[in-house]
Design a protein around this ligand. Structure first.
Ligand code: ADP
Ligand code: ASP
Ligand code: MG
Length: 450
């Protein structure tokens, strides 16, 4: 059971979490193992810690410390409100975790340098303290529980800020250090998002990574269901911040959910589905404010949606890279050479289209784009177009109903489309367009299909 930032934001949210878990335990059959709970940092805490790291890098040590002191106060007041017998010990634990961080940030501010590795050490504090508070609150509500340091369980590589799990090592440790508690009827509570390298250096899985942590632990324990408790009723037909009043998608397939998450449906971290697919474990998205709703169930087979499409997603602010070479394009080896450049700079491309003399790709992560362009210019002309976006229409029905593609294009009649693609899976149609056209285009598509 994974609870996101808004589901642990304040004492009321944590009390709702406790009653959800309690209800779950009360409805178990004898012999069932206790659920495992994975929590994010309290709402907005990771954003605040990112700012703390930036301030440290700018030498603004005093400002960073002031932010951290405010975070200490917030966590102490939440901890005080949700605990009883363990109140003092919990508050002391929260304070000492933050004191350690204040020392680290002070050093970073003196050096004015925050490496990706240091950033992970800073960000991890959010999940470390939230999970301690929730574990203590369970105990004080007479729910047998155990806090488990996720860094001692989730083994990752050393790609800081977006580490990949070592599923084998993590699986063993999860069974040893988490499974024992479930088997004994104790609710193990872990912070999501965080892990450590084989050498014990703290890492994170990337922003939004708590969903992924939950799926990794769930797959390691071969659980019956992975539950993602959040602030919306489930997967919706579009991002509610862009399309007002989207509809709930009651069921969808792993493949559809992966596409939607990858192309921007923030309710699921893009990697969440992978561990679930491997073990064929259903994933359910639920609203922690309305726990009686059935949410969205994601399974291997899903269910054929009545409508034509399953949902829409969009990825904002991407860059289109046009690579043109009249001389080279049709020569064999050109595409390999081109993609090798992206590979060398560890930059994934999302949409790819080709014409006779040019290849266009979209890039989301532009940190290394300058170097990529320099390298590409050794053998091709390169043109960049920024402030673009990807809209992705997803649905298994796209495979069987060839008219859907036309309907989608028609719905977008006056919106200038830069690239259009439909992949071999034929589970999605992808449009690349100006970012400023996204709200209008999403509304048009949503009206046409939902
Ligand atoms: P949590 O903190 O629980 O992990 P997130 O903020 O990461 O929550 O994800 C939930 C948010 O995802 C929703 O509040 C919603 O604004 C956004 N979202 C974007 N696209 C979708 C979608 N297709 N369906 C549901 N939510 C979406
Ligand atoms: N707290 C982390 C973040 O805000 C991880 C998560 O919430 O999933 O990115
Ligand atoms: Mg999230």
């Amino acid at each position: 059971m994974k609870f996101g930032g808004t589901s642990v934001a304040d004492p009321d949210a944590i009390n709702r979490l406790i009653s959800i878990v309690k209800h779950r335990i009360d409805s178990q059959k004898p012999g069932d193992e206790a659920p495992v709970v994975v929590v994010s940092a309290l709402a907005k805490v990771t954003d605040a810690l990112v700012q703390v790291a930036r301030d440290a890098e700018d030498g603004q040590g005093a400002r960073a410390e002031a932010t951290l002191r405010a975070l200490v106060d917030r966590h102490v007041s939440v901890a005080a409100a949700v605990t009883a017998a363990s109140r003092e010990a919990t508050i002391a634990g929260v304070k000492s975790e933050f004191e350690e961080l204040i020392g680290l940030v002070h050093a970073l501010a003196v050096l004015r340098e925050v490496s990706p590795r240091s950033l992970d050490a800073v960000l991890a504090t959010g999940e470390l303290v939230s999970s301690r508070i929730v574990a203590a609150a369970f105990a004080d509500h007479r729910i047998p529980s155990a806090w488990v340091d996720a860094r001692a369980v989730l083994v990752t590589d050393a790609e800081y800020n977006g580490a990949a799990p070592d599923m084998h090592g993590t699986g063993e440790r999860t069974r040893e250090r988490v499974g024992v508690h479930s088997a004994a009827g104790r609710v193990a509570v872990l912070g999501g998002f965080i892990g450590s390298t084989a050498n014990g250096v703290t890492t994170t899985l990337g922003r939004g990574g708590s969903d992924y942590s939950a799926a990794i632990f769930g797959a390691s324990l071969d659980v019956d269901e992975i539950q993602i408790w959040t602030d919306v009723d489930g997967m919706l037909t579009a991002d509610p911040r862009i399309v007002p009043q989207p509809q709930l998608v009651p069921q969808l397939t792993f493949a559809e959910a992966s596409e939607l998450a990858y192309f921007g449906a923030k309710v699921l971290h893009p990697s969440t589905i992978l561990p679930a697919v491997d073990k064929n474990i259903p994933v359910r998205i639920l609203n922690s404010r309305r726990p009686d709703n059935s949410g969205t169930l994601i399974t291997h087979d899903g269910a054929a949606a009545d409508g034509a499409l399953t949902a829409l997603a969009c990825k904002r602010d991407v860059t289109v890279v046009d690579i043109t070479s009249t001389r080279m394009l049709m020569a064999h080896g050109f595409l390999r050479r081109l993609f090798e450049v992206f590979e060398r700079f560890k930059t994934p491309v999302d949409v790819v289209t080709t014409s006779e003399v040019s290849v266009s790709v979209t890039v989301d992560d532009t940190r290394r784009l300058e170097a990529i362009v320099d390298n590409l210019r050794n053998f091709a002309e390169v043109n960049l177009e920024r402030e673009m976006a990807i809209i992705c229409a997803v649905g298994e029905n796209l495979r069987s109903d060839p008219t859907l593609f036309g309907r989608a294009v028609t719905a977008l009649e006056r919106v200038p489309l830069r690239l259009v693609s439909q992949a071999a899976s034929r589970r999605n149609i992808t449009f690349v367009l100006r970012d400023s056209d996204v709200p209008h285009a999403m509304m048009r598509l949503h009206e046409a299909f939902f």
